[in-house]
Design a protein around this ligand. Structure first.
Ligand SMILES: *[C@@H]1O[C@H](CO)[C@@H](O)[C@H](O)[C@H]1NC(C)=O
Ligand SMILES: *[C@@H]1O[C@H](CO)[C@@H](O)[C@H](O)[C@H]1NC(C)=O
Ligand SMILES: *[C@@H]1O[C@H](CO)[C@@H](O)[C@H](O)[C@H]1NC(C)=O
Ligand SMILES: *[C@@H]1O[C@H](CO)[C@@H](O)[C@H](O)[C@H]1NC(C)=O
Ligand SMILES: *[C@@H]1O[C@H](CO)[C@@H](O)[C@H](O)[C@H]1NC(C)=O
Ligand SMILES: *[C@@H]1O[C@H](CO)[C@@H](O)[C@H](O)[C@H]1NC(C)=O
Ligand SMILES: *[C@@H]1O[C@H](CO)[C@@H](O)[C@H](O)[C@H]1NC(C)=O
Ligand SMILES: *[C@@H]1O[C@H](CO)[C@@H](O)[C@H](O)[C@H]1NC(C)=O
Ligand SMILES: *[C@@H]1O[C@H](CO)[C@@H](O)[C@H](O)[C@H]1NC(C)=O
Ligand SMILES: *[C@@H]1O[C@H](CO)[C@@H](O)[C@H](O)[C@H]1NC(C)=O
Ligand SMILES: *[C@@H]1O[C@H](CO)[C@@H](O)[C@H](O)[C@H]1NC(C)=O
Ligand SMILES: *[C@@H]1O[C@H](CO)[C@@H](O)[C@H](O)[C@H]1NC(C)=O
Ligand SMILES: [Cu+2]
Length: 553
């Protein structure tokens, strides 16, 4: 990456100015403070944003720049992640601690500065360091540009629902858009409203082909927009809205049912109305979950196309699952036979570095911080979902998968049976991906690709690796970079070609994008890795320089 002269052909400089005319700047201030919060009869002191729990709503319109100033007034280190935001060229604002930034330490501030490009819908924000997202989270809602309609009829009202606090009062004969966010630490959730059918229209801020269902399933990190049509007339009843976990592995879980109430507004005040409760699938109803996942399809309309990569440059196969590490001396560990619980991807349990990976790459100081050789497949074949190997130990390291700009990737994520099969919601930062196939047992590279959906697969940022199964995803590694809208390009009619002579200095940009299980317990055991996507050739395919206030380690 030394200093040498490169000749670049750039056809896009003018386009950049076309893009930058859009949007306004919206500023928010997050004061990280302790607050006593009472939940389920217990008062606890919690780390909060602006003494609110859940935290404030961030609302932006597609094309806006967001400036969110985070002031840390607590003793914990803090970072905030904008879950699902692509962060084109602004990787410094992504948030995972020691991946794209050092933590904001006590008394320090950092301004997250990014533009929302080509995205609209429901996302959320949360802390991305240790377990702090337990209390630091809130909705992030991207509104459509003025005069751009929804691809479904306009709802009467929109309601964000994060499962711990929800009460809903509706009028008869109206359509409501519910923005459902699963911000739980460790629980996938079923959700249902008694006597009401819901129409799914969006998942992870991507429009879906609408479909009706009584029950939804959301993994931690997933969001879903649904339309709720209220009954045409006052029903003379109240309806329970329930959320309850879907459980696969053997670990302990919170088996309680969170309930809210759907009430109808009425001119007459009525007491002792009957209360109806929904019937939820059983805690381990994997066949419901599979059917539901298979029904999710991208809208794939001319306006909102599904640009599924058709030609693949890089085929990758990652096992994901649990394992063990030796217990440190003089410690007691909870794992089997006195070992320590661990989790890994391709048998590499991620070791968190003590400096931020993005900065160490950018300043060419990555020696000894990470290895660029993340394995493209497991080192040894084993029957991934059959009888597990006797040796459950994992290896460990800080390894990155390096991709040249614009690599099209197909990644198969395979669950393992080591210490038991379990569903793992994998979240990829910096990208949406298409879920082209899934199944149970071991992935078969000869048979399974024949059944891939390359037409209208669901596009999302978090996908469940089925318990004892596999999922195949595809994405284009175009980040850092700016999406070039070809139609806009033609309609604006710019045909100038710029020859840019640029001296590449000793610094070199990239995107460093975290990928991890969104069950916090598995992340803490090491079920995580990072991708390093190199800058492209064009000026607008490069990471911008780090902001001056980027925290230091
Ligand atoms: C929380 O409650 C404790 C005990 O009542 C009190 O000492 C503390 O000042 C309270 N903290 C806040 C931030 O209100
Ligand atoms: C936000 O980032 C943009 C693009 O790098 C920059 O021009 C602008 O000055 C930044 N704003 C603040 C307040 O840091
Ligand atoms: C709600 O559903 C229950 C069970 O299916 C049914 O018995 C009841 O009549 C329904 N009530 C209303 C108000 O729709
Ligand atoms: C939830 O777990 C507790 C304790 O393990 C148990 O007593 C209770 O029966 C469980 N409840 C349900 C609904 O499974
Ligand atoms: C689900 O749980 C029930 C009750 O605990 C059990 O009888 C059943 O075998 C389980 N099903 C699966 C597929 O694990
Ligand atoms: C472990 O504990 C023993 C006895 O308490 C002590 O002598 C020894 O130094 C400890 N070892 C380490 C590595 O801390
Ligand atoms: C624990 O030890 C027993 C006996 O040595 C062995 O059979 C078993 O496989 C071990 N379990 C794990 C998870 O290593
Ligand atoms: C893997 O294990 C499963 C379940 O025990 C078994 O049905 C299958 O035949 C095994 N596959 C291979 C290739 O050994
Ligand atoms: C595990 O250990 C048992 C007993 O030592 C042995 O019979 C078996 O073949 C081993 N399994 C594997 C997969 O290596
Ligand atoms: C994982 O790596 C450890 C340490 O190198 C090794 O002992 C173990 O056999 C490996 N497991 C698998 C499934 O490859
Ligand atoms: C990495 O693996 C080695 C060898 O098993 C172990 O001693 C060490 O504690 C592990 N490091 C971490 C951070 O888990
Ligand atoms: C906070 O982060 C800094 C920089 O990485 C680190 O040196 C320090 O130990 C951390 N403090 C806590 C309480 O984790
Ligand atoms: Cu997991």
């Amino acid at each position: 990456m030394g200093g040498f002269l490169r000749i670049l052909v750039a056809t896009t400089l003018l386009l950049l100015s076309v893009y930058s005319v859009a949007g306004t700047t919206r500023s928010y201030e997050f004061n990280i403070q302790l607050q006593n919060v009472t939940r389920l009869c217990h008062t606890r002191s919690m780390v909060t944003v602006n003494r609110k729990f859940p935290g404030p709503h961030i609302v932006a319109t597609e094309g806006d720049r967001l400036l969110i100033k985070v002031n840390n007034h607590v003793s914990n280190n803090i970072t905030i992640h904008w879950h699902g935001i692509r962060q084109l060229r602004s990787g410094w604002a992504d948030g995972p601690a020691y991946i794209t930034q050092c933590p904001i330490q006590t008394g320090q501030s950092y301004v997250y500065n990014y533009t929302v490009v080509g995205q609209r819908g429901t996302l959320f924000w949360h802390a991305h360091i240790s377990w702090l997202r337990a209390s630091l989270y809130g909705p992030l809602i991207i509104l459509l540009k003025l005069n751009v309609p929804y691809p479904f009829s306009k709802p009467y009202k929109e309601v964000p629902i994060i499962f711990d606090t929800f009460k809903l009062k509706v009028k008869p004969g109206k359509t409501y858009l519910l923005r459902l966010i699963n911000a739980a630490l460790n629980d996938e959730l079923f959700f249902s409203i008694a006597n009401h059918t819901l129409t799914v229209v969006e998942a992870d801020a991507i429009y879906t082909k609408p479909f009706d269902t009584e029950t939804l399933i959301l993994a931690p990190g997933q969001t879903t927009n649904v339309l709720l049509k209220s009954k045409p007339k006052f029903p003379g009843a109240n309806f329970v809205m329930s959320a309850r976990p879907y459980v696969t592995g053997q670990r302990t879980f919170d088996n309680s049912t969170v309930a809210g109430i759907l009430e109808y507004e009425s001119s007459i005040h009525m007491k002792n109305l009957p209360l109806f409760k929904p019937t939820l699938p059983s805690l381990n109803d994997t066949s419901f979950v599979t059917r539901f996942s298979n029904r999710l399809r991208s809208l794939a309309s001319p306006q909102f196309p599904a640009n599924v990569p058709q030609k693949i440059d890089k085929h990758l196969f990652f096992t994901v699952g649990l394992g063990t590490s030796p217990c440190e001396k003089n410690k007691t560990c909870q794992g089997p036979n006195g070992t320590r619980f661990a989790a890994s991807i391709n048998n590499v349990s991620f070791v968190q570095p003590s400096v931020a990976l993005l900065k160490s790459h950018y300043s060419d100081q990555s020696n000894g911080v990470y290895s660029p050789y993340f394995p493209i497949s497991p080192l040894h074949w084993f029957n991934y979902t059959g009888t597990p190997p006797n040796n459950t130990f994992v290896s460990n390291g800080t390894k990155l998968m390096v991709l040249p700009f614009n690599t099209s990737v197909e990644l198969v994520l395979q669950d393992t049976s080591i210490l038991g099969v379990e569903s793992h919601p994998l979240h990829l930062h910096g990208f949406n991906f298409f879920v082209v196939g899934q199944g149970f047992g071991n992935y078969d590279p000869n048979k399974d690709p024949k059944n891939f959906n390359l037409v209208d697969p669901i596009e999302r940022n978090t996908v469940r690796v089925p318990t004892g199964g596999w999922v195949a995803i595809r994405f284009l590694a175009d980040n850092p970079g700016l999406l070039i809208n070809a139609r806009l390009f033609l309609s604006v009619g710019i045909h100038k070609i710029y020859y840019v002579f640029s001296l590449i200095s000793f610094t070199c940009g990239a995107g460093v994008w975290f990928m991890h299980c969104h069950l916090e317990v598995h992340t803490s055991w090491g079920l995580k890795m990072a991708w390093l996507v190199l800058d492209g050739e064009l000026p607008n395919q490069k990471l911008l320089p780090p902001p001056a206030d980027l925290p230091k380690c």
